[in-house]
Write a protein that binds this ligand. Structure first.
Ligand code: 13P
Ligand code: ZN
Ligand code: NA
Length: 274
């Protein structure tokens, strides 16, 4: 099923998909193993920097081959695409979904750039996500700007996007204090737009808040930092106690730690709603 259609169903029945970032073969294998174990659909996503690291051709082929080999229902998505040319190349390469992130631009510019991508994607079945308001990155200067429901309605109608990343109290990276998602705001935005709502910055958000956010209308949950963190912490720990240079024997402990993390998140997100 196209991701576009799947997210439409998610929005209708009040459920959500987990979207996990991956960085190399091991982290991709980890997230797909978790999805297979939990019998769950999953979005696997690449940032611009991960695409630069692997190269678009390798990254795309790796993702496609792994999804097929693991036998999981999974979709490939570009996360935070800021470079319009790269976003178009990802659409051409057959990504199921792309995010065009012009959230640092003015409202009018954001609409203009986003619309350009929606038009480009119209010949494909690509799901298009954009961001309105600003979801900050912890440790950086720029502060969060909450998404306004009236602007969200106008933005979705003007651009024709299928998915909208909303700034509702989350931030990228680990939090200094437990975040407080604005659940009423999610609900208000959800009521005025057809787009599937996306929660970014999910690392560090407690399970009960994730579940409440889904109940209020979030349909895609983006997770990156916790995966990177647990993989590298585990790898560092392993390396302190071994001088084994066979990387195929060194990596699996870190991969397993990431599988456990993502399986837990899938359990949280695919909860039975009463
Ligand atoms: P975290 O790194 O906080 O999980 O955020 C991930 C994200 O929003 C990717 O787009
Ligand atoms: Zn994000
Ligand atoms: Na976060």
């Amino acid at each position: 099923m196209e991701l576009k259609e799947r997210l439409r169903q998610n929005k209708k029945n009040g459920s959500a998909l987990l979207a996990t970032n991956f960085y190399n073969f091991e982290t991709l294998a980890a997230v797909l193993t978790a999805a297979r174990e939990m019998k769950s659909g999953l979005i696997v996503q690449l940032s611009e920097s991960s695409i630069r690291y692997m190269g678009l051709e390798v990254a795309t082929a790796l993702a496609r081959a792994a999804i097929s080999q693991f036998g999981v229902e999974a979709w490939l998505h570009l996360d935070h695409g800021q470079n319009v040319d790269l976003v178009k190349r990802c659409i051409d390469a057959g990504f199921d979904s792309v995010m065009i992130d012009a959230s640092e631009k003015s409202f009018a510019e954001n609409i203009k750039v986003t619309k350009q991508i929606v038009n480009y994607a119209s010949g494909y079945e690509t799901n298009v996500e954009a961001e309105l308001g600003y979801i900050s990155k912890l440790g950086q200067e720029q502060k969060m700007i909450y998404t306004r429901p009236d602007e969200a309605k106008e933005f979705v109608e003007a651009t024709g996007i299928n998915a909208l990343a909303v700034a509702v109290g989350s931030a990228h990276g680990f939090y200094k204090e437990t975040p407080n998602l604005q659940l009423d705001l999610i609900s208000e935005i959800n009521a005025v737009t057809d787009a599937a709502l996306v929660l970014h910055g999910s690392s560090g958000i407690p399970d009960d808040q994730l579940q409440r956010a889904i109940k209020m209308g979030i349909t895609k949950i983006n997770l990156a930092t916790e995966i990177k963190n647990i993989f590298m912490k585990s790898l560092q720990e392993t390396l302190m106690h071994t001088d084994n240079i066979d990387l195929r024997e060194v990596f699996p402990t870190a991969t397993s730690a990431a599988v456990t993390l993502v399986s837990g998140k899938l359990k949280t997100i695919n909860f039975e709603q009463s």
